[in-house]
Design a protein around this ligand. Structure first.
Ligand code: SF4
Length: 444
């Protein structure tokens, strides 16, 4: 076998999709006889699943590559993923890189590797197809209680600042049967929470089944205790989901992370986003009325070319007014090949840094007040592996909770926890009951 007696490590940068794919790559390496070691340990083969969403992501990818090579100069170094897709030649110039493989072939990287390091770097960058894709479950990935589930890839929306349609290709969906084959195996491996992951997952469509049909089919599956939508584009959310999210007995969690990117109509127009603030404000009203427990999160970008001080203020004010519990803040960076990179009125880095810091402070304050509103209430939490004598886990509406480990062996059980002390990052809770306890999961 290619890897027998050899060690391999896989490092993923960036998004949930990259994390999921890294796990699939570990499964393939195990099936090929490799022992998986954590990144940073001695290894015979290193795979870096790179990211290129911002200039900073490029730099982080290069650092991760160089760190592996410094630690393992004799090892085989394979760089795959989005940065490989967009800057293959640049990566190939990094001393010690052996293979640079784009997104079309990244999951089949093993097929390209020779037994010995090639004399010069090998670049594989095929055109990314638009067909439905299958992943095929191989090896024995180590799933946690909560696991990402890749359902879709690529995007057709072509927002003016975004490099993803170029790096990951046009929108395509995972084959229906292939997807359910993997879910079945994940359930057998003890996964309880499935996090739907993709680039533009609301555009899922396979064999006549759209995103709503997929959610309904997954939610009906025995063993899918929780179904969570990771991040979903504003204009792709079927409102039929509201009833499912509002029903405490339904496995679809009352959580929506909707990347708005800005809350100013003029900036949204420049970004070529497909909605305006009036439309989204009405949507949030309907969602919060229909789903009392709903937690809403968003992504906001600062420093888009031409974004004036007052337009930035408008985004801050609207973020505070709208029912968001938090926002992830991104700083605009020119991505080669995107329309926004050629726009004039590019902002100074210092100005972007100040705006980013301001919005992060506002987000921390909003998350803290959201946490404070939960105090005294009792929520269901899926307990994860304990650390430092604390269990941690998420409520149905995606609040991170930590609970003292008063009883051992409760990981991967649902528990009822009373919310007692809030911090900007999590809430400290008190364990009331848990699956398998005498009381069982009965709300007090
Ligand atoms: S929806 Fe826009 S921002 Fe999101 S991946 Fe597609 S092009 Fe990029």
């Amino acid at each position: 076998m290619h890897g027998s007696g050899k060690k391999a490590s896989v490092k993923a940068l960036g998004c949930r999709l990259n994390q999921y794919e890294a796990l699939a790559m570990e499964g393939k390496l195990k099936a090929a006889g490799y022992e998986i070691v954590s990144y940073g340990e001695d290894a015979d083969l290193g795979v870096i699943n790179s990211c290129t969403v911002t200039n900073e992501a490029d730099a982080k990818s290069r650092n991760a590559i160089r760190r592996f090579i410094r630690k393992n100069p004799e090892a085989m170094t394979v760089v795959v993923g989005c940065y490989s897709q967009m800057a293959a030649n640049r990566i190939a110039m990094i001393d010690g890189v052996d293979y640079v493989i784009g997104n079309h072939d990244k999951l089949n990287f093993l097929d390209y590797l020779a037994d010995d390091k090639p004399v010069s770097p090998v670049i594989v960058r095929e055109r990314i197809s638009r067909e439905d894709f299958s992943i095929g479950f191989v090896g024995d990935p180590d799933f946690e209680q909560r696991a990402n589930l890749k359902i879709q890839d690529g995007c057709d929306f072509m927002c003016s600042f975004c490099v993803i349609p170029f790096a990951r290709g046009r929108a395509r969906s995972r084959d229906w049967e292939d997807l359910f084959e993997e879910v079945g195996q994940m359930i057998r491996k003890g996964v309880r929470e499935f996090i739907l992951t993709g680039v533009n997952l609301g555009t899922y469509e396979s064999k006549g089944n759209d995103f709503l049909a997929l959610v309904e089919a997954l939610a009906d599956l025995q063993g899918v205790d929780r179904l969570r939508i990771s991040s979903i584009e504003p204009t792709t959310i079927p409102e039929e989901l509201f009833d499912m999210m509002a029903d405490p007995g339904h496995s679809l969690m009352p959580y929506l992370h909707i990347p708005m990117q800005s809350c100013c109509d003029r900036t949204l127009a420049g970004m070529k986003r497909k909605y305006g603030m009036k439309e989204m404000t009405d949507f949030f009203d309907r969602a919060t009325q229909a789903i009392p427990q709903l937690c809403l999160g968003t992504d906001l970008m600062v420093g888009f070319p031409g974004e004036t001080e007052s337009e930035f203020e408008e985004t801050c004010d609207r973020f505070l007014e709208l029912p968001f519990a938090y926002c992830h803040v991104f700083t605009f960076s020119e991505r080669a090949g995107t329309p926004a990179a050629k726009m004039d009125k590019q902002l100074q880095m210092e100005e972007k840094r100040l705006r980013s810091a301001r919005l992060r402070r506002l987000s921390a304050a909003k998350r803290m007040s959201f946490h404070e509103k939960q105090l005294g209430q009792v929520f269901r939490v899926l307990l994860e592996n304990p650390k430092d004598e604390f269990y941690s886990g998420y409520t149905d509406h995606y609040v991170r909770v930590v609970v003292p480990q008063s009883i051992t062996g409760l990981e991967n059980r649902m528990a009822l926890v009373k919310m007692e002390k809030s911090t900007p990052e999590f809430i400290e809770g008190r364990l009331l009951s848990y699956e398998g306890s005498d009381e069982g999961l009965v709300f007090p």
